[in-house]
Design a protein around this ligand. Structure first.
Ligand SMILES: Nc1ncnc2c1ncn2[C@@H]1O[C@H](COP(=O)(O)OP(=O)(O)O)[C@@H](O)[C@H]1O
Ligand SMILES: [Mg+2]
Length: 394
């Protein structure tokens, strides 16, 4: 998949921006606060309908403006598509999504139109923190290639919210009506089966990819990076039946706690290095290698599952990686359209022997394109960039 055009209007610090990215590597450099992450965030919006940061839709609308618009034109194997997302401050029409100028009714229709993988320094949380970033990692990846998964996830969450609301009512008033509990539990159980079985499939694909990538980067065969899916249910065979039983068994405890204590929302992706829990034993360097391996494995898994190369967004990660990891990363991205941001061009200095830069820096956000050495023709062409960029209001 390649993005041919990006247009932003009143999105974060961009009043207006039109950009025609290169189909291989696009490098954006500029000082802190110049809008590099905002640009990647806009691409992420068009892929998944939301920010990759903890941000509400309202946060991304430019201060003082009523609405924001981000639009991308994507070329994939099935042709060209234009995705447009409009965010408004007005009640009732906060977010509208159009694909080829047609408003879509369900969020799930957007999934897969533009597949992307984003890697930023915060992704170290995949290893360092609790289970939630790891579940998000799996959920975002699978949703992009499997719409039924995304729908199951949405329905599961809706069922759980309703179950939890009843639990809270019952906590205050044990005599309250509990008949609806069963319906919500049944719906949760059915969706849990879809979610868990898909996660198990993806983890079995990812684990080999991540293990090999890790060994490739570390250059040490004795370092064995492994992942496994840890399910909060006692059994994963016949998940729906077990889930229903366990929800029923746990009711009194759940009423006391006011939450649902079992199900895919409590599961985890366990990461180990030489069979030891990474979170507890890994060094900083090993954590970085593992995070990078998870992202590279994600790219390859998406390509394997969806048949197309996702677009790669690398936000400020170059300065975080040492030379070996950087070189390894750059050698993996050749086939992918990539957007790299960095604050300093020298972050890529090490790789000058492999890459040539052509630069077109405008005020505020600088922008340059990267081509592999030896492609003289392209280099010349890039010296007069084939993209235009207009930024205002920075
Ligand atoms: N809703 C908004 N309206 C206008 N400007 C915004 C909005 N949200 C963020 N910004 C501006 O965007 C800039 C941060 O952009 P960001 O892309 O995170 O920078 P960086 O280049 O460091 O990645 C800040 O200057 C901030 O003031
Ligand atoms: Mg940034």
């Amino acid at each position: 998949m390649k993005i041919e055009k990006i247009r932003l209007s009143h999105f974060r610090n961009y009043s207006e921006l039109t950009l025609y990215p290169h189909e291989s590597v696009n490098l954006f450099f500029g000082p802190n606060g110049s809008g590099k992450t905002n640009l990647l965030e806009a691409v992420h919006y068009c892929a998944l309908g939301k920010s990759h940061r903890i941000a509400s839709d309202q946060n991304v609308i430019q201060s003082g403006e009523k609405e924001a618009l981000c639009r991308v034109t994507v070329r994939g194997e099935s042709g060209r598509r234009e995705i447009a997302i409009r965010l408004s401050r007005e009640e009732g029409q906060k977010k509208t999504i159009q694909i080829d100028s047609k408003k879509i009714g369900r969020f799930s229709e957007l999934m897969g139109c533009l597949q992307c993988v984003i890697f930023s320094p915060e992704d170290l949380s995949l290893i360092k923190e609790g289970p939630s970033p790891r579940r998000r990692y799996l959920d975002m990846m699978i949703s992009q290639v499997n719409r039924s998964y995304f729908i199951a996830l949405q329905q599961y969450r809706a069922g759980m919210e309703q179950r939890n609301a009843i639990l809270k009512t019952l906590h205050q008033n044990p005599a309250a009506d509990r008949r609806m509990l069963e319906d919500f539990e049944n719906a949760m159980a059915q969706n849990a089966e879809i979610i868990i079985s898909e996660r198990l499939k993806v983890v079995s694909l990812l684990s080999g990819l991540a293990r090999d990538t890790y060994q490739g980067i570390s250059g040490r065969e004795e370092e064995l990076f492994q992942m496994s899916y840890h399910c909060s249910l006692k059994e994963t065979e016949g998940t729906a039946v077990h889930m229903r039983e366990q929800l029923r068994e746990n009711r009194e405890e759940d009423i006391r706690l006011g939450i649902t204590s079992v199900g895919p929302h409590r599961d985890d992706l366990q990461l180990t290095l030489n069979r030891k829990n990474m979170k507890l034993f890994a060094s900083q360097g090993q954590i970085r290698t593992a995070a990078l391996s998870l992202k590279l494995a994600q790219m390859k898994a998406l390509k394997h599952m969806g048949g197309e190369s996702p677009v790669l967004l690398l936000d400020d990660v170059m300065s975080e990686l040492d030379r070996t990891r950087r070189t390894r990363l750059l050698s993996e991205i050749d086939a992918f359209q990539t957007f790299i941001t960095c604050t300093d061009r020298s972050d890529l200095e090490d790789d000058r022997s492999h890459r040539e830069y052509a630069v077109s820096a405008k005020e505020g956000l600088g922008c340059m394109e990267l081509t592999t050495e030896g492609r003289e023709e392209e280099k010349l062409r890039l010296a007069e960039p084939d993209f235009s960029m207009e930024t205002e209001g920075e």
